[in-house]
Design a protein around this ligand. Sequence first.
Ligand code: EPZ
Length: 420
Amino acid sequence: MDRIVIRGGRPLSGEIAIRGAKNAALPLMAAGLLTDDRLVLGNVPKLADIETMATLLAQHGIAVDRVGNEGRVLSLGGAITNTEAPYDIVRKMRASILVLGPLLARCREARVSLPGGCAIGARPVDLHLKGLEQMGAEISLEGGYVNATAPQGLQGADIVFPFVSVGATENLLMAASLAQGRTTRANAAREPEICDLAKCLIAMGAKITGIGSGRLVIEGVPTLHGADHEIVPDRIETGTYACAAAIAGGTLLLRGGRLEHMAALASTLSEAGVEVTEAPGGLRVARLNGLHGTDVQTEPYPGFPTDMQAQFMSLMCVAEGAAMIPETIFENRFMHASELNRMGARINVHGSSAIVRGDASLQGAPVMATDLRASVSLVIAGLAARGETVVNRVYHLDRGYEAVERQLSACGADIERVSD
Ligand code: EPZ
């Protein structure tokens, strides 16, 4: 099992290329089920989760080939030959549930394993299922699987989500694209990754309006055709490296980063003393002087992203003054706090909020990654810690970040990956 070793105290300087967004690539790959034509995706990140989705699609009959640009262009094609998504694949990656809507829309049946919970929460999929039932699906749960049929095909429906769900918005957007009639979706998620999926679906022939608003209107069409789509840059990867530059000191150019996709994060970083400015080809990030404790609350987009909460908490550990960080999206997303405290941070978690007392002098320590964003927050803390930090279980990191240690090492960090 690999681990990452960081010896802190070195400022960062240089340029990092921001790759395509993992959380856009996964639903876009699932969209490959919506047509037998070829769907070509560009700017695909090289991540473990992408490989898992490719394996899942292959057993549905969809071939996924890396066709160019160092394997960053995927070509998906083929007819669906199997409508079951097995537990041994779904349990590795929760986003597998995103094949449910497309399978049902194309084949009028699907048997998909329930993803189960994960480190950050129970992660139910009830909104996905209720939305599909409103569109005429008959759904039963048996042996840990969702059995879904739509003998008459999916019908358009007026769906109001009780709260924002990224995955449910994506699943139902894909399903509604091929449903009979109009589907309206109130309180839909508005993340840039969803706008990217909608843009690709339109290129495939879908009729979608209201993109980027909380209300989507989809006129179902009988079939969708192939398309060629470039995946949106990863705003969370951009924010992650911005926090790395902020905690280590120095300046980074994040090539491909888009300020308009991270306004809330940039504004919070600015309040904390970190300057994020547009520069030719991307974003320039630099810590101005000291870091200031800054309160922030996670919210659905366009609010401060929950996927940046752990990374920002690491930054607040060394900021002057305190920071209050309520986590409003997931019920158990503070597991990095106890690991950061082992490095000398002063964090108290009370229910769904954490108070970070700041002004900590972090010391290197062996720490344990528990989920994707928690693991990268430990790497960020290691950049500022005195001595050596060893982050174990970095397979979590590899699910969502391409070779973090190589990217940071090329910008001056003393960091390496050690394999057992
Ligand atoms: C997506 O997860 C992302 N994953 C997550 O990123 C991200 O944290 C999350 O959206 C919120 O932005 C992918 O896109 C692959 P939700 P998703 O449905 O779709 C509850 C990362 O680190 N809920 O918006 O699963 C749910 O439990 C990952 O890259 C229900 O109760 O998130 C959570 O509390 C982590 N019932 C809240 O809603 C449902 O049917 C938001 O979940 C669906 C969700």
